[in-house]
Design a protein around this ligand. Structure first.
Ligand SMILES: *[C@@H]1O[C@H](CO)[C@@H](O)[C@H](O)[C@H]1NC(C)=O
Ligand SMILES: *[C@@H]1O[C@H](CO)[C@@H](O)[C@H](O)[C@H]1NC(C)=O
Length: 596
């Protein structure tokens, strides 16, 4: 009997998914080929850092709830709350993903392991340890996100999972990886297994800043949609959601002391982020290891302020607009106006302490596409000559950054503020490059830290067509394709195979903090967000976590990347994400047969 069962185990063909399943690819991983089954009652034993407690949580598959009374959240710090919340989510993924990886196995092969109670190796315990004291998560320095994950036999019938991270974020990433190592069989019982025993993963990110920029002002996104985006970002080990929260088109942000700003500036009263919503988003993100960076873009892109304060905005909705702003409606802060200065002080006095209390460390003050030609219609400038505009812009931007620094934040600015206009900014300011890969080099040459992600490679909105109404004069020029300025669409390959560090000298590499993919919302809203973002942002996530080249410095081949990304896509779909397809099932079932 025993002999027979051993034979069955030995003949189970291990599927091509044995190459890897954790996305983004861990720094070091070794996966075996033995199968272990997840017990229907799994126990998480947690040690919360040197000064923290330890605790055991028991989860049963049938109830999916904790068997013991949970400790009061108010008694826990961020790190403990984060670890507990991650365990709660991961146990649900382990039992509920129910991912049957048929498409990663050749038709007709006997790839699926069969559960046999008498011989099965089961996993009953996950031990989770944070080793170090939690650092201050709001500081302007990278926190240690490394972790190790092992799954190994403790005897012939039982294996055990061990996750160790220095910080709670490292532990969280370890749990995220764990949730990606399991599949369901296709029996009615949906037994859960990992085919990778023994597992040994040692992982840490290539870049400390790994993010997505979401424009919630050209189109409004309900809070729940933002939260689900945060969830998916965390599964991809991204750590930043940059929320471009105000724009010329709308001001959806409630400011307590200035209620008319959103009341008049938002699209409708139902498309406003209340103070409570913002707190909610910040704390939801913190529990998932994601920092929120709020951006209030200025001095350009501020036309929506004119709905409540027309006196602050120059050249509001000038028509025709071409030549005076990047898109309608035109409108930018008057550059040298005491009323504008006072408005920004009041705005920051209201907003920044609240964000600080939510644990934020960065604030983005925008600075893209300031239109100096519009400045001739700003009576505080009265000219489009750069000799007149630049000193006034320099005063404005430095004053704004100083206020952000004084409030305890690190400012972030778009690249134009150092590259198009030669302003002199505080060296602590981080510059976000978006125009091309050479911008990254120019920024580090000026000594600033930089975030990459240019529109030729990392804009998720490109290639969906020209959204402005074309006049009869321009019709023939744009017809019949009506392509947009950054066409074509950046598919996952364009995102993955892009050398963001092109031309950056070795001694400046430390200034490159990482990157962001960008989801601008002229033609996107919450209805279609998932398919636009995923799995393309996953490609960026792997570039940022594991880089796009292997140890020999060569780009990872698509034979190695495509199936892993497709598997991640299936994982996201299993969790309710409406992600786009990587490729059809046949190409996944027949690896190597769809090469060109
Ligand atoms: C500056 O404004 C003048 C007058 O409106 C215009 O003719 C000129 O083209 C503008 N210069 C630039 C660089 O936009
Ligand atoms: C960087 O940009 C330059 C100029 O646009 C281009 O020639 C080069 O191919 C780019 N490099 C990469 C890796 O995209």
């Amino acid at each position: 009997m025993v002999r027979f069962n051993l034979l069955i185990i030995a003949t189970v063909a291990i599927s091509p998914i044995a190459t890897a399943s954790v996305w983004p690819l861990p720094k070091e991983q070794s996966l075996g080929t033995q199968v272990a089954w997840l017990d229907s009652r799994v126990k998480f034993k947690v040690n919360y850092g040197p000064a923290g407690n330890s605790h055991t949580y028991k989860y049963a598959r049938d109830t999916l709830t904790s068997r013991i009374t949970r400790r009061k959240t108010s008694k826990k710090g961020l790190a403990e709350t984060r670890i507990d919340a991650a365990i709660d989510r991961v146990k649900t993924f382990l039992y509920n993903d129910n991912l049957v990886p048929w498409m990663f196995n050749r038709k007709g092969t006997d790839w699926q392991p069969r559960y046999d109670k008498k011989t099965a190796i089961t996993i009953k315990t996950v031990s989770v340890t944070q080793t170090d004291a939690e650092p201050d998560n709001s500081k302007d320095e990278p926190i240690d996100e490394s972790y190790t994950l092992t799954i190994d036999k403790i005897n012939d019938r039982e294996a055990k999972v061990e996750i160790v991270g220095k910080t709670s974020v490292g532990v969280l990433h370890g749990l995220t990886s764990l949730s990606q190592l399991f599949y369901a069989d296709d029996t009615p019982k949906k037994n859960i297994y990992t085919p990778y025993l023994p597992v040994s993963i040692e992982d840490s990110p290539r870049f400390p800043h790994r993010g997505l920029n979401l424009d919630v002002a050209r189109s409004f996104y309900p809070v729940n949609k933002i939260k689900s985006l945060i969830d998916v970002l965390s599964w991809n080990k991204m750590n930043t959601l940059h929320i471009h929260i105000t724009e010329s088109q709308s001001w959806p942000l409630e400011i307590k002391s200035m209620p008319d700003l959103a009341a008049k500036g938002a699209y409708t009263k139902d498309q406003i982020y209340s103070i409570r919503d913002i707190n909610d988003i910040y704390s939801y993100a913190a529990l998932r290891g994601i920092k929120i960076i709020m951006e209030i873009d200025m001095p350009g892109h501020t036309a929506s302020i004119a709905y409540s304060r027309p006196e602050l905005i120059a050249n509001f909705n000038r028509q025709p607009w071409v030549g005076y702003c990047a898109q309608p409606p035109c409108g930018q802060f008057k550059l040298d106006s005491p009323a504008v200065d006072k408005f920004i002080e009041d705005l920051f006095d209201d907003l920044l302490p609240r964000l600080k209390a939510s644990g934020a460390g960065y604030f983005h003050a925008g600075g893209d596409e300031y239109n100096s030609n519009s400045a001739q219609f700003d009576e505080t400038v009265g000219s489009n000559e750069s000799s007149i505009v630049v000193p006034k812009l320099n005063r404005f931007v430095n004053k704004v950054h100083q206020e952000i620094l004084d409030a305890g934040f690190t400012p972030i600015a778009w690249e134009e503020m150092v590259l198009e206009y030669p302003l002199t900014l505080d060296p602590r300011v981080i510059i976000q490059a978006w125009i091309d890969n050479e911008s990254v080099k120019k920024v580090v040459d000026k000594g600033h830290r930089v975030i990459f992600g240019n529109y030729k490679n990392w804009y998720l909105d490109c290639g969906f067509g020209f959204w402005l109404d074309v006049t009869p004069q321009n019709f023939n020029q744009l017809a019949p394709a009506f392509t947009d300025y950054c066409s074509p669409m950046k598919n996952w390959k364009a995102i993955y195979y892009y050398d963001a560090l092109d031309g950056i000298p070795e001694d400046k590499l430390h200034l490159v903090l990482g990157g962001e993919v960008h989801m601008w919302s002229e033609q996107v809203d919450g209805q279609i967000l998932d398919a636009r973002v995923w799995p393309r942002a996953s490609a960026a996530a792997e570039v940022l976590w594991s880089w796009n080249r292997d140890e020999s410095g060569e780009y990872r081949t698509q034979l190695s990347v495509t199936p892993r990304l497709a598997l991640m896509r299936e994982r996201m779909v299993a969790r309710g994400v409406q992600a786009s397809l990587v490729t059809q099932g046949w190409c996944l079932q027949n690896p190597g047969d769809c090469q060109y």
